[in-house]
Design a protein around this ligand. Structure first.
Ligand SMILES: Cc1cc2nc3c(=O)[nH]c(=O)nc-3n(C[C@H](O)[C@H](O)[C@H](O)COP(=O)(O)OP(=O)(O)OC[C@H]3O[C@@H](n4cnc5c(N)ncnc54)[C@H](O)[C@@H]3O)c2cc1C
Length: 555
């Protein structure tokens, strides 16, 4: 098995494949393991799913021996954790660093994958697992004149390992997604002047991050098994204490109490998304939550001009763009050295030798930071020239948007699996939980193939089309599709507008993939010899989220 990527997904896949006895190698572009947490070293970087949940669950010993220092661990601690995992499970000998995969093609004659790296190395593999990450290809908008800028230029996801000292510097942050929101308060403390360039105001909710006391951590660890079970049954794979009532089922006082309860920290992060059961499907309910949060934002910012700019507009449903989780983001704009520029009103037209020019004026800077996010979900996969059976390029198959059955397998790409990619809960979930779910499922499938003497597996076109349709239908029932977010590829010019994640939640998704497995892997076809692809077992049925029935769906 060849695994591309050494983040949370690649390491766990390696662990499980080796456990089964597969000869396995991980190829990783970076010079260290950790993926997201290796690359995103910007000031203030930390997880926004609580660390007790945003961590591996496969080893109770690991759970007990590792101690998180804070509710939301900072980047360097998460990176230390992942390195600890690599050492503890002796994973390093099978990981090849500094190795960027540029191409992968399924060779029909040999019945195996041939993988090529940037340095021209070639590898052959029976199974290819793409653990390349949903948020790993940084997006840096084209900016005229950037080469002439005399100051320093950074991207949040390609941050220098040695860190950057902004003391006394004039700094521009472009972008107000999660990374911009996390770095702004920290850089503001150092910089002489910080100017944040915002295209769209998004909602951010307070993290209420705290350091763990030894007692609190001990108590949490003692309840780990229960915590994981609750997480598995929560829509995002993290216990949310979700309110099961719709807004209409509550009195005004109850609604307000629920909102305040979540805002004050009993919620935090994703939990604010579960204030009401119908919050992401009912416009009226969503508007009520949005109004509540807008009022909270306004109350934090003294300058009415800044407050108005930072308040998300009416046309953005709450949570339809990835919710940011912050520590004093809005309060930071009360500092005299921090300002905000609306680039919808006054777009940045170019970089100059001294800074940035908008349609309105010139700004002088010593450093410009792009916190402009990623070509999400598909970027890292399509950066590789992947060709399936018959030489069909994935870039061609996905030109109208990603298609994959259960988000796991792609028709025409035998023995290739994608972890936490498009068509799965992925970025709408606690991703570590989703990774474990995917890897465990893939390994059960491979074990089954060995037991049955099968060499080749691939999704059928019918099942794939059915799944893609289902994902689209489910997304259309929600407010997620209303926003110009990276969930729909809107941050990348020319990217097809498709809602790329499975929206109906982690437990529903898991039940579906488990049912597929129980039903003899319906929607997959198998062959006993990898070359011919001769079919020995197949089902054109496709899973249905709501019922236990299987419907054959039309293309
Ligand atoms: C700043 C930030 C904060 C986040 N916080 C959270 C959070 O709180 N909770 C949450 O659930 N999720 C969070 N995420 C999402 C996060 O990406 C996932 O949680 C998780 O880390 C993904 O792990 P992964 O192994 O799938 O991918 P990654 O960690 O992205 O690892 C993929 C690896 O593949 C490598 N790679 C890619 N292409 C190639 C190639 N062609 N050749 C060789 N190597 C390649 C990359 O270098 C990278 O190391 C966050 C993301 C970011 C960017």
């Amino acid at each position: 098995m060849l695994i591309v990527g050494a983040g949370f997904a690649g390491l766990y896949q390696l662990y499980r494949a080796r456990e089964m006895g597969l000869r396995t190698r991980v190829l990783e572009a970076g010079d260290g393991v950790g993926g997201t947490w290796f690359w995103n070293r910007y000031p203030g970087a930390r997880c926004d799913v609580e660390s007790l949940d945003y961590s591996y669950s496969f080893s109770p010993e690991l759970e007990q021996e590792w101690s998180w220092s804070e509710r939301y661990a900072p980047q360097e601690e998460i990176l230390r954790y992942i390195n600890h995992v690599a050492d503890r499970f002796s994973l390093r000998p099978d990981i090849q660093l500094n190795t960027r995969v540029t191409a992968a093609s399924f060779e029909d004659e040999e019945g195996q994958w041939e993988v090529t790296t940037e340095a021209g190395e070639r590898f052959a593999a029976t199974y290819l697992v793409m653990a390349t990450g949903a948020l790993s290809l940084p997006q840096r908008p084209k900016l005229d004149g950037l080469g002439s800028f005399a100051g320093a230029v950074y991207h949040s996801a390609q941050w220098p390992k040695e860190g950057v000292d902004f003391t006394g510097k004039r700094v521009a942050v472009i972008g107000t997604g999660s990374s911009g929101v996390q770095m702004t308060p920290v850089i503001a403390e150092q910089a002489a002047q910080l100017t944040v360039f915002q295209r769209t105001a998004n909602f951010s909710v307070p993290a209420h991050n705290v350091a763990f006391t030894p007692e609190a951590l001990r108590a949490a660890k003692a309840r780990y098994p229960e915590r994981r079970i609750l997480g598995r049954e929560a829509i995002t794979g993290q216990f949310l204490n979700a309110n099961t009532k719709t807004a209409a089922e509550m009195t005004d006082e109850e609604k307000l109490a629920e909102l305040e309860y979540r805002w004050k920290g009993a919620g935090g992060g994703f939990r604010m998304l579960r204030t009401f059961a119908d919050q992401m499907s009912n416009e009226q309910t969503n508007r009520m939550v949005a109004e509540f949060v807008r009022a909270k934002i306004r109350a934090k910012i003294k300058d009415p001009r800044k407050a108005e700019l930072l308040c998300p507009r009416d046309n953005l449903p709450f949570g339809a763009k990835r919710l940011s989780v912050d520590s004093h983001y809005y309060e930071t704009f009360n500092r005299d050295n921090v300002d905000i520029v609306d680039v919808q009103a006054t777009p940045i037209v170019a970089a100059t030798p001294h800074g940035l020019r908008t349609t309105e004026r010139e700004y002088d800077f010593d450093a410009v930071i792009f916190a402009t996010g990623f070509d999400a979900m598909t970027g890292a996969l399509l950066a590789i020239d992947i060709r399936g059976s018959g030489g069909v390029p994935l870039r061609e198959r996905w030109k109208d948007g990603p298609v994959a059955y259960l988000g796991l397998g792609i028709a025409g790409y035998p023995n290739m699996f994608v972890i936490a990619g498009p068509g799965s809960p992925s970025v709408l979930s606690n991703v570590v939980h989703s990774i474990e779910t995917h890897v465990d499922w893939i390994m059960r499938l491979i074990r089954r193939m060995y037991a049955d003497g099968l060499k080749r597996v691939e999704a059928t076109r019918e099942a794939e089309a059915g799944w893609v349709q289902l994902c689209a239908d489910e997304a259309d029932k929600t407010l997620y599709t209303r926003a110009n977010s990276w969930y729909v590829g809107a941050n990348i010019p020319g990217k097809p507008r498709v809602f790329m994640a499975f929206v109906s939640g982690v437990p529903t998704y898991r039940r579906i993939i488990e049912r597929v497995e129980a039903n003899d892997y319906e929607g997959f076809k198998f062959a006993s010899d990898a070359q011919s692809g001769e079919l020995v077992r197949s089902s054109t049925a496709c899973a249905n989220t709501r019922s236990g029935n299987h419907h054959a769906r039309r293309q």
